[in-house]
Structures are given as structure tokens and as C-alpha cells.
Write a protein that binds this ligand. Structure first.
Ligand SMILES: NC(=O)c1ccc[n+]([C@@H]2O[C@H](COP(=O)([O-])OP(=O)(O)OC[C@H]3O[C@@H](n4cnc5c(N)ncnc54)[C@H](O)[C@@H]3O)[C@@H](O)[C@H]2O)c1
Length: 386
């Protein structure tokens, strides 16, 4: 038999057994669980990605709920194991849940939580950082400097793109896409073009008002446009950032044909999920179009990159760190723990997952509700009146 995975146990005599497949930042989430009579087991095994079998062994014979990670494959096998162990709750420590088969969870009556809202600004800030880094070739310039190659100022040295007055394109103008759009419009006075299945009314109002403000101050106003096709964004924008969910409709949304539609000096940013871009086609495009630049936080076959990507000077690559600010990661841990705890305690579902601040206030007890359960309707769970 395989050796059991290492775990750290808190409150061993707690009534409800909750498993976290990874240690998570902060201590509030731990305290919230143990104060509510949970025995918490945190897997501390030195293995970055746990297999389905690993997680089945962590679930064991009795488990009320699991907090898991986006690197794990939560499907039929895990939900049936959790259900057999008496579990009714699972939460991803992420807003995206493309690693979760929600139909399988529904079949076993397991609530699936995610952690929206708390990572919006942090993720948008990384997309903005990648946009600036790509526009001003910061990583290339840093490598040049450290390699001892700088021997004096030159007119042509690392010439990049000025963002002011250019057009930022956003594909998927939901929470994160809209926050990113605001940063680029407000911070760098870029014009906006976006594509989403739904109208981003609040974003449009913001850009209109900001444009009026600029005009009133004698500056060039910024503008916005809702594109009727994604292709329109690809053709018109100078910087394009991808923020849709990953599902069947967005898999390889950016492919060879669509890359060819983009401007030769365009910048493409991806802080959504890797498979939204056909990464093989991207590598070919980067080779053929040296002034085209890309900033990637996510990859098609994480943790791997497609062959050739690592060698491309016109690519900036970071290891899926878009939500990695202390405040956000601690908040994600709190929301994930409260999703699981709330379901165990039979609490109703918070009515607006975009308004999770009351759960994040460290100076007050959290509301008696599950912050965000994505299959609450399918399971017929009651909604909180708070
Ligand atoms: N890199 C990271 O660490 C990180 C961090 C947070 C979120 N994310 C990813 O970002 C995604 C978006 O998060 P969010 O909180 O903004 O979600 P959201 O639901 O608020 O926004 C997603 C938007 O995508 C739009 N959309 C869906 N299908 C589309 C399509 N085919 N074409 C265009 N738009 C489409 C939706 O209408 C919605 O407005 C998450 O699902 C997650 O995968 C990544």
C-alpha cells in the first residue's frame, strides 16, 4: 500500500472533518474552521500537484468537506469518493473552476464553491504589469543590463510602444476584464474596445465619464466601443488582454487565423486560462512577427510551456501568479473555507458573489452564509436574505 500523505492536523477532536489539499496563506481561514468545531487536516506533502488517487486517500472514509486547488482534477472519481465519505461540500481556491466537473458534483449532491471578487484587482494589476512590461520591453532590458551589455545610452536601445492614445482591447469584460480596462483607460488614457457576450454597462459609463472629465480639463477624451465580434477587437486594438472563463466556447479562442488578424506590433496578454490560446500557433506567430509581444501568466499544458516559447525574446512568461498578492491569497483561502464551512453548517448561499467584502472583514465575524456556490441553483440551495 502507498505511504499515507503527510498532513498537519488542527483541532483533532472537532466534529466535522475538513481536508485542505494544500497549505494556504494566512491563519484566519484555519481559525474560522476550528472555532466552528471542524477538525482540519492540511496536506503538507511536498508534491506540487496531487493526483486523484492522492486526494482519494486524503478524503478517506469520513470527510465532510474539501478545499482544493485548480491544479486538481475534480470529476466523477473525487466527487463519488467525497460523497461516500459523507461529504457535501467542495471549494476550489480560485474563481475559475474549469478543473471541476460540476455535473458530476451535482450528481453526488456536492456543493462547489469558488472565490470571486477578492482576486479581481490583483489579477487585473498583473495583466496591467504584463502589458507595461511587454510595451516597454522591461524583461529584455533587465536581462541585457545584468548580462553587462549596457555600454551607454543609444537612441535605438529597447524602443517600445507608447500606450497613451492607443487602443486597449478586452476579451471577456467581466469582473477582471473590466477592472483591467479601467486601469489601462484611467492610468494610461487608452481608448477601449471590448468584446463580451454581455454588455459591460458600468464599464461603459466609467469610460464615458472619464472621457468627459478629460475633455473638461482640456485633454483628449478617451472613448469606448463594444465590438460585435471578437475579430473586430483583434484587428483594432494595440494591446489585447484575455479575461473570459475557459469553457468549450473559449478553448483556442486565439488561434493561428486570429493571431494573423492582429497588428504586427500588437501586444497580447493572457491572465485567464492557458487553453484560451493555441500555444503552438502562438510560438509560430512570435517567431514570424518579432515586434509582436506577448505576456503570459497561464499556459496550455501547465506547468509546461510549448516547445520554443521559452526561447522567444518577445514573450514574457510568469508562473500563474496573477492572484498572488498577500491580501488576495488570504482572502481566497477565507472564502474557500467559508464555502465549505457554510455548507456543512447548513447556511444559505450569499445572494451576490460579487459583493464578498463582509466575509473578508477581519474585525467582525463573517455572515452566516456560503460566499459563492456555483451549483447552488442546480442543487436547489436556499439563498440568504442578508
Ligand atoms: N491567472 C490567474 O491567476 C487568474 C486569476 C483569477 C481569474 N482567472 C481567470 O479569469 C477568468 C475570469 O474571471 P472573472 O472573475 O472576471 O469572471 P467573470 O465571470 O466575471 O468574467 C468572465 C467574462 O467572460 C465572458 N465570456 C464568457 N464566454 C465568452 C466568450 N466566448 N467570448 C467573450 N467573453 C466571454 C463572460 O460573459 C464574462 O463577462 C476566470 O474564469 C479564471 O479562469 C485567472
Amino acid at each position: 500500500m502507498a505511504k499515507p500523505l503527510q498532513v498537519e492536523v488542527y483541532n483533532p477532536n472537532g466534529k466535522y472533518r475538513v481536508v485542505s489539499t494544500k497549505p494556504m496563506p494566512g491563519t484566519r481561514w484555519i481559525n474560522l474552521l476550528i472555532e466552528q468545531d471542524c477538525r482540519l487536516e492540511i496536506c503538507t506533502q511536498k508534491k506540487t500537484i496531487l493526483s486523484v488517487e492522492d486526494i482519494i486517500s486524503l478524503i478517506g472514509d469520513k470527510c465532510d468537506g474539501v478545499i482544493g486547488q485548480l491544479t486538481e482534477d475534480w470529476g466523477e472519481k473525487l466527487f463519488s469518493a467525497l460523497s461516500r465519505a459523507g461529504g457535501k461540500a467542495f471549494s476550489n481556491m480560485a474563481v475559475g473552476y474549469n478543473n471541476v466537473d460540476v455535473n458530476a458534483a451535482n450528481k453526488y449532491g456536492v456543493a462547489v464553491g469558488n472565490t470571486p471578487g477578492v482576486l479581481t484587482e490583483t489579477t487585473a494589476e498583473l495583466a496591467a504589469s504584463l502589458s507595461l512590461s511587454a510595451a516597454r520591453r522591461i524583461v529584455e532590458a533587465d536581462e541585457f543590463m545584468r548580462a553587462g551589455l549596457y555600454d551607454g545610452w543609444l537612441p535605438h536601445l529597447f524602443v517600445g510602444n507608447l500606450l497613451k492614445g492607443q487602443t486597449v482591447g478586452v476579451i471577456g469584460a467581466g469582473r477582471i476584464g473590466s477592472a483591467y480596462a479601467r486601469m489601462m483607460v484611467e492610468g494610461f488614457k487608452m481608448n477601449l474596445i471590448y468584446y463580451d457576450l454581455y454588455q459591460a454597462t458600468r464599464l461603459e459609463k466609467f469610460v464615458t465619464a472619464y472621457g468627459q472629465f478629460l475633455k473638461a480639463n482640456g485633454e483628449q477624451p478617451v472613448t469606448w466601443k463594444r465590438a460585435s465580434t471578437m475579430e473586430e477587437v483583434l484587428r483594432e486594438a494595440d494591446v489585447i488582454s484575455l479575461h473570459p472563463v475557459l469553457d468549450k466556447t473559449t478553448y483556442h479562442l486565439v488561434n493561428k487565423e486570429r493571431l494573423a488578424m492582429m497588428k504586427k506590433e500588437a501586444i497580447l496578454i493572457n491572465c485567464s486560462r492557458g487553453p484560451v490560446i493555441d500555444e503552438v500557433a502562438l510560438v509560430e506567430h512570435l517567431k514570424a512577427t518579432p515586434m509582436f509581444r506577448v505576456g503570459l501568466d497561464v499556459f496550455e499544458d501547465e506547468p509546461y510551456m510549448k516547445p520554443g516559447l521559452a526561447e522567444m525574446k518577445n514573450a514574457i512568461v510568469v508562473p500563474h501568479i496573477a492572484s498572488a498578492s498577500k491580501w488576495t491569497r488570504e482572502g481566497m483561502a477565507t472564502l474557500a473555507a467559508l464555502n465549505v464551512l457554510g455548507k456543512i453548517k447548513g447556511y444559505p448561499i450569499w445572494s451576490d458573489p460579487n459583493r464578498v467584502e463582509p466575509f473578508l472583514n477581519e474585525n467582525a465575524p463573517p455572515p452566516a452564509a456560503c460566499p459563492s456556490i456555483v451549483n447552488s441553483k442546480a442543487l436547489g440551495l436556499p439563498v440568504s436574505k442578508l
